[in-house]
Design a protein around this ligand. Structure first.
Ligand code: SF4
Length: 78
Protein backbone atom coordinates (compact mmCIF):
# COMPACT_ATOMS: atom_id res chain seq x y z
CA UNK A 1 0.00 0.00 0.00
CA UNK A 2 1.24 3.47 -0.76
CA UNK A 3 1.50 6.24 1.77
CA UNK A 4 -1.85 7.94 2.01
CA UNK A 5 -2.08 11.26 3.75
CA UNK A 6 -5.85 11.03 4.04
CA UNK A 7 -5.69 9.05 7.28
CA UNK A 8 -4.83 12.03 9.41
CA UNK A 9 -7.36 14.20 11.16
CA UNK A 10 -5.52 17.38 12.00
CA UNK A 11 -2.46 17.70 9.83
CA UNK A 12 -1.56 17.05 6.25
CA UNK A 13 1.84 17.47 4.69
CA UNK A 14 2.08 18.47 1.06
CA UNK A 15 5.39 17.89 -0.64
CA UNK A 16 5.89 18.78 -4.27
CA UNK A 17 6.64 15.86 -6.56
CA UNK A 18 10.07 17.15 -7.57
CA UNK A 19 11.13 17.57 -3.95
CA UNK A 20 9.59 14.26 -2.90
CA UNK A 21 11.70 12.39 -5.42
CA UNK A 22 15.00 13.80 -4.13
CA UNK A 23 16.72 11.14 -1.99
CA UNK A 24 19.07 13.68 -0.40
CA UNK A 25 16.19 15.82 0.77
CA UNK A 26 14.46 12.67 2.02
CA UNK A 27 17.39 11.96 4.34
CA UNK A 28 17.36 15.51 5.60
CA UNK A 29 13.64 15.43 6.30
CA UNK A 30 13.87 12.11 8.08
CA UNK A 31 16.60 13.59 10.24
CA UNK A 32 14.93 16.88 11.18
CA UNK A 33 11.38 15.75 11.96
CA UNK A 34 11.18 14.95 15.68
CA UNK A 35 8.11 12.74 15.29
CA UNK A 36 9.10 10.60 12.31
CA UNK A 37 6.68 11.83 9.68
CA UNK A 38 9.22 11.46 6.86
CA UNK A 39 10.81 8.24 5.77
CA UNK A 40 13.77 8.27 3.42
CA UNK A 41 13.71 5.67 0.67
CA UNK A 42 15.92 5.21 -2.38
CA UNK A 43 13.37 6.96 -4.52
CA UNK A 44 12.76 9.85 -2.17
CA UNK A 45 10.50 10.85 0.67
CA UNK A 46 7.69 8.74 1.94
CA UNK A 47 5.19 10.39 4.24
CA UNK A 48 4.25 8.21 7.18
CA UNK A 49 0.50 8.77 7.32
CA UNK A 50 0.06 7.25 10.77
CA UNK A 51 2.41 9.86 12.25
CA UNK A 52 0.91 12.97 10.69
CA UNK A 53 -1.20 13.97 13.65
CA UNK A 54 1.93 13.87 15.86
CA UNK A 55 3.26 16.94 14.05
CA UNK A 56 4.35 19.60 16.53
CA UNK A 57 4.44 22.36 13.90
CA UNK A 58 8.12 22.99 14.51
CA UNK A 59 8.63 23.97 10.85
CA UNK A 60 12.03 22.24 10.67
CA UNK A 61 10.91 20.32 7.60
CA UNK A 62 9.68 23.48 5.89
CA UNK A 63 13.07 25.10 6.51
CA UNK A 64 14.94 22.03 5.27
CA UNK A 65 13.03 21.76 2.00
CA UNK A 66 13.46 24.06 -1.01
CA UNK A 67 11.38 27.17 -0.56
CA UNK A 68 7.69 26.60 -1.20
CA UNK A 69 8.01 22.88 -1.89
CA UNK A 70 6.69 21.66 1.45
CA UNK A 71 3.57 22.79 3.20
CA UNK A 72 2.06 21.83 6.53
CA UNK A 73 -1.70 22.00 6.22
CA UNK A 74 -3.74 22.45 9.37
CA UNK A 75 -6.97 20.76 8.47
CA UNK A 76 -8.85 22.12 11.44
CA UNK A 77 -8.20 25.69 10.39
CA UNK A 78 -9.61 25.39 6.91
S1 SF4 B 1 6.63 20.68 11.27
FE1 SF4 B 1 8.11 19.54 12.54
S2 SF4 B 1 6.95 17.87 13.42
FE2 SF4 B 1 5.74 18.66 11.72
S3 SF4 B 1 6.30 17.40 9.95
FE3 SF4 B 1 7.64 19.18 9.96
S4 SF4 B 1 9.46 18.57 11.06
FE4 SF4 B 1 7.86 17.08 11.53
Amino acid sequence: MSAETMDSVFIDVELDESAASDPELAKKLEEVCPVGIFKATESGTEIVAGQLDECVLCNLCVDAAPEGSLRIVKKYES
